[in-house]
Design a binder for this molecule. Structure first.
Ligand SMILES: *[C@@H]1O[C@H](CO)[C@@H](O)[C@H](O)[C@H]1NC(C)=O
Ligand SMILES: *[C@@H]1O[C@H](CO)[C@@H](O)[C@H](O)[C@H]1NC(C)=O
Ligand SMILES: *[C@@H]1O[C@H](CO)[C@@H](O)[C@H](O)[C@H]1NC(C)=O
Length: 515
């Protein structure tokens, strides 16, 4: 009869299922004894778990983990941890990571035999998620040991040998204040050809992504995409890196002999900078009739770089004020107060040759004075102290005229105040002081010398180090004192200044018109 046949096959199925269950328990037991020299504790249901099965049984998962921990480490899991692991929020986070990791398995970045490390995962979500999808050799490291699957350790000095891991997951790189140090440590423990996966809320645009990539010179980005976080409008960027077999620095700053005085670009025109430039405030193309008002007002239109992108993935934060004059003239009044710093502490350099301003810098903490004139080579220079009524912010009655090599001193200057100062090969100093991992903001007000310095910065490639530039361009402008008269102090025209700004922007430098 049909119904009997059905009953029989149902019975057979139940028996087979029971047998399978016994097999699994026995297998698990044998596995545990063989691998870890322990046995299952009566309270825990030990489950030999290929990932998919466990994922469909969320209730039992934390128990299997509990058993795992107890057996492996001889630790007994506190009721609190057990409760945490089974809480809804915790499970949701684990399931989010499981989904992320399963995709990575599908794409071949992760496999059951990948020796894996989760960095700064105090909560352990990532470690548990990896275990649940069947990756057995997993360790987490975090400053704080909050749960038993994660080692307590210094993430910047990890207790692992070089080239240890096939897979590193760094979900918490956003949280560190020293991403460059962490990047160095990750690159060290990762095996050649191993994969690093980062989840970040910051690397949303090319600029920030590029900053992150530069922190890992021995790794290359092989995939980057946005992923959604369940129940949240937030998007995360997932970036997959692979460590190269041999270490190559990808962004060499070339040192070729210079060709003429044109702005020759030694760094490739970077798309991440061009993207920012498209949002920059427009240049004032038309020569202003009252430049002392127009240019000063323009500061309100400036689109600062840190207001357009995230600057978290940088090694150091540096501000260089070239032609700094007194502390209050731009460092104190503008940079300290107005420049958006995303809560970072900047190292400040003041480049100022005029001795009259030197004394006050001695008492300024965090400011390094370079008592030189920024120049194209190291040599003695002469400059004329102006007594023009046109001088601005001349708190001490000083204003620096255009500098020139001391040898070029001519008789017509002898009647005025001529000073000899030391010129500094600024581009060379910059390349020794700043790296491409750093965030560099520069203000430059050098009384016409910008037309010498800019070509030199391009020739040497030092220009590539500048993230944001505030440049005062000196030209024969209309004078406040005497309507209809142009300043005789500078030969360049406003048009030449606009050419300089435009060519800087075309070459990827985020430059603003300073007043
Ligand atoms: C480990 O790597 C670091 C940097 O990558 C290197 O300085 C160090 O010498 C290496 N140590 C060994 C034992 O190879
Ligand atoms: C900025 O830093 C201070 C002190 O380190 C901190 O209290 C504050 O929350 C930070 N603000 C932001 C927006 O990160
Ligand atoms: C130029 O002068 C600076 C500052 O004194 C010094 O550090 C640097 O080594 C000099 N460079 C050369 C090429 O002499």
């Amino acid at each position: 009869m049909e119904s009997v046949a059905k009953q029989r096959s149902a019975k057979g199925l139940i028996v087979r299922l029971l047998l399978l269950g016994v097999c699994i328990v026995l297998l698990r037991f044998a596995y545990v004894v063989a691998r870890r020299g322990g046995s299952c504790f009566s309270g825990d249901f030990c489950f030999f778990s290929p990932a998919s099965e466990v994922l469909s049984l969320p209730g039992g998962v934390s128990h299997s983990e509990a058993a795992y921990v107890r057996i492996q480490d001889g630790l007994s899991l506190s009721g609190e941890t057990r409760q945490l692991w089974t809480s809804r929020e915790y499970r949701k986070a684990v399931e989010f990571y499981s989904a992320v990791f399963q995709d990575l398995v599908g794409e071949g970045f992760l496999s059951p035999c990948s020796k894996s490390l989760c960095i700064d995962s105090a909560s352990g979500h990532e470690v548990i998620a990896l275990k649940e999808i069947g990756i057995t050799d997993v360790v987490g490291i975090s400053r704080k040991k909050l749960q038993p699957l994660v080692l307590a350790g210094d993430i910047f000095h990890q207790p692992f040998a070089n080239n240890t891991f096939d897979f590193v997951f760094a979900g918490g790189i956003d949280r560190t204040r020293q991403p460059a140090n962490l990047a160095g440590e990750i690159a060290r423990v990762l095996k050649p050809e191993g994969f690093l996966v980062i989840l970040s809320t910051f690397a949303g645009d090319l600029y920030s992504l590029n900053s992150l990539e530069i922190l890992f010179p021995s790794l290359k980005i092989i995939r980057s995409r946005e992923i959604e976080v369940h129940d949240s409008p937030k998007l995360l960027r997932e970036i997959v890196f692979q460590k190269a077999n041999s270490i190559k620095i990808r962004y060499p700053i070339e040192d070729k002999p210079s060709i003429g005085g044109n702005l020759i670009n030694k760094c490739p025109i970077p798309e991440h900078k061009l993207q920012l430039l498209r949002s920059a405030e427009p240049l004032i193309e038309e020569e202003p009739q009252k430049p002392w008002i127009t240019l000063k007002k323009n500061i309100k239109n400036i689109k600062y770089l840190p207001s357009m992108t995230d600057i978290s993935f940088k090694q150091r934060y540096i501000y260089i004020d070239v032609g700094a004059r007194s502390y209050g003239s731009s460092i104190g009044s503008w940079f300290k107060k107005q420049y958006p710093k995303q809560n970072r502490t900047f190292e400040v350099y003041a480049v100022e040759a005029d001795k009259a301003f030197h004394e006050e810098y001695a008492s300024k903490k965090g400011v390094t004075l370079l008592p030189f004139a920024a120049w194209v080579r190291n040599e003695s220079l002469s400059f004329v102290v102006n007594h023009d009524s046109e001088q601005k912010d001349d708190e001490k009655g000083h204003g620096m005229g255009r500098i020139r090599p001391a040898a070029a001193l001519s008789d017509d200057l002898s009647s005025r105040d001529v000073h000899v100062i030391q010129g500094l090969d600024f581009a060379e100093w910059l390349k020794r002081t700043v790296t491409e991992k750093d965030f560099l903001v520069m203000k430059m007000d050098v009384e016409g010398t910008e037309f010498d310095l800019m070509p030199r910065l391009f020739e040497t490639g030092a220009i590539c180090l500048i993230d944001e530039l505030f440049l005062e361009c000196h030209y024969n402008r209309w004078q406040r004192c005497c309507p209809g008269k142009r300043s005789p102090k500078y030969q360049k025209t406003y048009g030449q200044c606009i050419d300089l700004f435009s060519s800087l922007r075309q070459r990827g430098v985020l430059v603003h018109q300073w007043w």
